[in-house]
Design a binder for this molecule. Sequence first.
Ligand SMILES: Cc1cc2nc3c(=O)[nH]c(=O)nc-3n(C[C@H](O)[C@H](O)[C@H](O)COP(=O)(O)OP(=O)(O)OC[C@H]3O[C@@H](n4cnc5c(N)ncnc54)[C@H](O)[C@@H]3O)c2cc1C
Length: 512
Amino acid sequence: MIRERIELTPKKQRRVRADLVSVLGEHRVHDESGVLVAYSGVNALFPRAMPHFVVRPLSTEEVVEIVRIASRHRIPLTPVSSGTQEPGTHPFFGGIVLDLRGMNRILEVDPERFYAVVEPGVTVGALARELAKHRLHLTVGSFPPSLSVLGNYLQVAVNSHRSSGINHDILALEVVLADGTVMRTGSKAFAERFPHVSWFCWTNSFPSLTELFINAQGTLGIVTKGAVKVYQVSEVHDTILTAFPSYRQSVEFMKDLARNNLVQHVCAWHWCLYTIIDHLEQYGHGASSEVVVYDPWETPDDRPYNIVVPTFSGYREQVEGVKAAIRRLIEKHGGRDYTEECREKYPGAHKFFYDHYVHHQPTNTFMGAYAEGYPVMPIVLCDPTTVADLEDWGLKFLRSSILKLGLAYYSHCVDMGRTIFLRMTPVISPDSSQRQIQRAARVRARYMETAMRKFGAVPIRPAPDGGQTLKQTGGFGQALIKIKKALDPQNIMNAGMSAGMYGSSMEEGGGD
Ligand SMILES: Cc1cc2nc3c(=O)[nH]c(=O)nc-3n(C[C@H](O)[C@H](O)[C@H](O)COP(=O)(O)OP(=O)(O)OC[C@H]3O[C@@H](n4cnc5c(N)ncnc54)[C@H](O)[C@@H]3O)c2cc1C
């Protein structure tokens, strides 16, 4: 079992390279340091980790061959779909980075069965453009157009950004396992025997294995295809941008909307963040410095504390009814219709909300918010009864720490308001010293600990923390480690991340 960063002798390096070249040819196998460094990790919280090779497969068959080579030579494999992940795609133990961006075919758009089948390199922008031709759209969330659809949808259960129903947009997957087995999930599992079976159904008569690969960070297998849900472009898509003086009121409003089936999605935006987004949309970069260092809970008197953005669609008559009901709820919860004022005062933010949530067209605007610093974002899934207290405590706690820059948040209401996603968005300056980065990491860890202990929240996205987070789950963690060991006994799949996620208990009785 791979337990630490691997070292390759020059002889072994040559042998592995020759094997990879025999599958991919010279031009898709890289070991030049100029290329490797670009895949050595983007997250400030972790030191850079150089891979030994970067390879660019173009098909599932090539992925299978690469997995077999890695397995034969016992070399870690780290898949990258677009490489922006929090905490960052780090080949911690070296080995082969599998850059999947060349697998960028939209294999099917099926307007009747209501899904699209894509490879991992298909971007949100490319799929949005293709779907528009069929009067369909996908869930674009707040992601920039250059990000991978699957890279995002695989990351977390709230990436579908929908306020009702199951919270991801993946119908079924094709996955290459560590021994080279190719498996398909949902209805498509039966296509091996019955080729006419399509991807139409998320389940079959057995437990759902799709979920196993969501949030797995490439530690259990490499996803080579995914059927993702698509949605109809209806007669009307609209929003009423709504101003609220407090997060507590915003949460109650969002829950009321979601539980009464009035919205497809609803999200609250803190004033610092929509101000930054407005600036980015209008001027292309940066944010006025007073916003970046402001006390986040003290709203200036010229703008609302939160703007809540509900998304709804349907036939004209139906949407009129929805709007009337929403207006009643705005009043009930003490908010006000801010649509026109937002257009006038914050045209950039207004455009961003309409582009993403009404027109379902991804933009680069939000990406720029992070370009000014290193994001160190504590993100949690919250209990709807305590999330407002967490927001109040969290802003004050972070403001008094090293994580005070760009302190703001956005907050999605998911699964009928059973869960509230709260993503604080602080950054540290890019010229921070290692000591400052470590201090930032400790603050983030303290936030997460208190969010769980005091406010009953849970973290999203596994952190490579030596298995500490997984340990807190008891029997669940033990079961997951058994699955990891059964599927990948040598720990080939994202080996360094696996060590970080599953911890040392993965090694007990391991496959050596
Ligand atoms: C501007 C912006 C806004 C965002 N907004 C939100 C938001 O509202 N809500 C939210 O939840 N998140 C949000 N995110 C976070 C985003 O969803 C994650 O950063 C996501 O991981 C990015 O996908 P990626 O393709 O870059 O992943 P990568 O960095 O390529 O990969 C992520 C992880 O999955 C593994 N992996 C990659 N490809 C595969 C594969 N084919 N098979 C198996 N494993 C694989 C990698 O090894 C890595 O561990 C946002 C990000 C940005 C930049």
